[in-house]
Design a protein around this ligand. Structure first.
Ligand SMILES: Cc1cc2nc3c(=O)[nH]c(=O)nc-3n(C[C@H](O)[C@H](O)[C@H](O)COP(=O)(O)OP(=O)(O)OC[C@H]3O[C@@H](n4cnc5c(N)ncnc54)[C@H](O)[C@@H]3O)c2cc1C
Length: 424
């Protein structure tokens, strides 16, 4: 029997692809090696603190909101605190507020007068295609090299663990890069890009974390998801795809590969794979008086200032309900700027994360909770020319989904799912 569509992997990307296909009336089956859905997204309460393994928060004005409504999760949404809009940069040993508006950019101590003026010229810089351009080159062309380095370098470190000069703009920041294409300017694009109606804005999660989103997708797909089925081989047989698994073989007219890129590379020779930035995420929590709680979403670090950390998220400031009566901070360490950090022992990582927090906050006690997570081989890094290689790999009835190919964040996987469901 040839099935219409088989999806490999029930991480967010595979679940979203299957959901988008099923919503269009398609017949779809998802094969997942582990005994649970969600992949890197895993939310678990541990000793009274919510520990996220993957995504921590979603933006209310992203496409994620439409999915939240469709899955009946809008009532469950846990909105981030008002102060989550404030973000900082670790600069010369202290936290400096990052600008949150065009006016804030004009006043930012992080830019010289010339840098601010150049940034103001962004709407008047003529647009051009971004094919093959790095994130740094795109930003430098639009907002000037000084602002690109001051803001883009720590941002790419914090989100990807990577270096903006090595990461391809089209692959990593497809939506933002599209603002220039569609509106001729990043500023105009940011102001004019459509926002989902009824979206709450700001950041959000759920009472039991982002795992509620993948859990709801798994529930809506129900028996269409088969867990405990490891894909061991993929072959093109005539006009169909044959998938060998630990539980027999499946033939499909359409195949969606939503596997980790390293697994996909073993199954499909020649598939373009990104590089990786190994990252450790250490969640530390203290009883409230032990740390002078920092406000805002968190802080980023420019590698010229320090390579001790990529940045940190003030989990308890953004979502107090995820760490009741605690100050909880998730410190991200490693990345391409210090890849060896992700290989340190748990004890060494906890000590390093504690030192990083102590550098910016007054800490009077050891943390009461410490949870170490590692992203290995790492967060995908899209090398220059990667989008063109992905396009060149196109085969009839084959779609690549997931953060190995579609971009780093949850909205990237959701947008890619809609696009591939339209195409297949
Ligand atoms: C630390 C961290 C923080 C993040 N924070 C954010 C954030 O705040 N906001 C945001 O938007 N995004 C964030 N992200 C990114 C987001 O979590 C990812 O974009 C998304 O979860 C990737 O999902 P995926 O389905 O592509 O991959 P995966 O989750 O890796 O899914 C792949 C699936 O394939 C399965 N599999 C593997 N081998 C086989 C096999 N042989 N056969 C069958 N199945 C197999 C795996 O078990 C897994 O379920 C974060 C990620 C990390 C790691």
């Amino acid at each position: 029997m040839i099935r219409p569509t088989v999806v490999l992997g029930a991480g967010l990307a595979g679940l979203a692809a299957a959901h988008a296909i099923a919503r269009r009336g398609g017949d779809v089956c998802v094969l997942e090696a582990s005994d649970r859905v969600g992949g890197v997204i895993q939310s678990a309460w541990q000793r009274g603190v919510l520990v996220e393994s993957g995504a921590q928060s979603l933006r209310g004005n992203s496409s994620a909101w439409r999915w939240v409504e469709e899955l009946g999760l809008a009532e469950r949404v846990l909105r981030g605190s008002a102060e989550a809009g404030r973000r900082y940069l670790f600069h010369r040993g202290r936290l400096v507020a990052l600008p949150s508006s065009p006016l804030g950019l004009l006043r930012s101590p992080l830019l010289s007068a010339a840098g601010r003026l150049r940034l103001l010229a962004e709407p008047f810089v003529p647009g051009r295609p971004i094919a093959g351009e790095s994130v740094f080159d795109l930003l430098a062309r639009r907002i000037g090299a000084e602002a690109a380095d001051a803001f883009g370098t720590p941002f790419v470190g914090g989100i990807f663990g990577g270096d903006p000069r090595q990461v391809e703009a089209e692959s990593a920041l497809g939506r933002i890069a599209g603002w220039e294409r569609d509106h001729g300017s990043l500023l105009r694009g940011a102001l004019r890009s459509p926002k989902p109606s009824r979206s709450p804005g700001g950041l959000f999660s759920f009472p039991h974390g982002i795992g509620e989103l993948t859990g709801a997708l798994g529930k809506s797909l129900a028996a269409r998801v088969r867990t405990g089925v490891t894909v061991e081989g993929v072959a093109e047989v005539g006009a169909a795809w044959r998938v060998q698994t630990s539980n027999g073989s499946f033939d499909a007219a359409n195949l969606v590969v939503a596997l980790p890129p390293t697994v996909a590379a073993r199954l499909l020779p020649g598939i373009p794979t990104p590089g990786f930035a190994p990252v450790a995420a250490v969640l530390l929590a203290w009883p409230k008086p032990a740390v002078e709680a920092p406000d805002g979403f968190g802080w980023l670090v420019h590698p010229a200032q320090s390579t001790d950390a990529l940045g940190a998220i003030h989990v308890s400031a953004v979502f107090p309900a995820h760490a009741p009566d605690r100050v909880a901070i998730r410190v991200m360490l490693g990345g391409t700027r210090a890849p060896a950090l992700a290989a340190l022992s748990d004890d060494a990582l906890v000590a390093q994360a504690g030192r990083v927090v102590a550098a910016v906050s007054h800490v009077t006690a050891e943390p009461s909770h410490a949870f170490v997570g590692r992203v290995l081989p790492g967060i995908p890094q899209y090398p220059l020319g990667f989008a063109a290689r992905v396009r060149a790999f196109a085969r009839p009835g084959l779609a690549l989904a997931g953060w190995g190919w579609s971009g780093p964040g949850v909205p990237d996987q959701l947008d890619a799912a809609e696009a591939l469901a339209d195409r297949l």
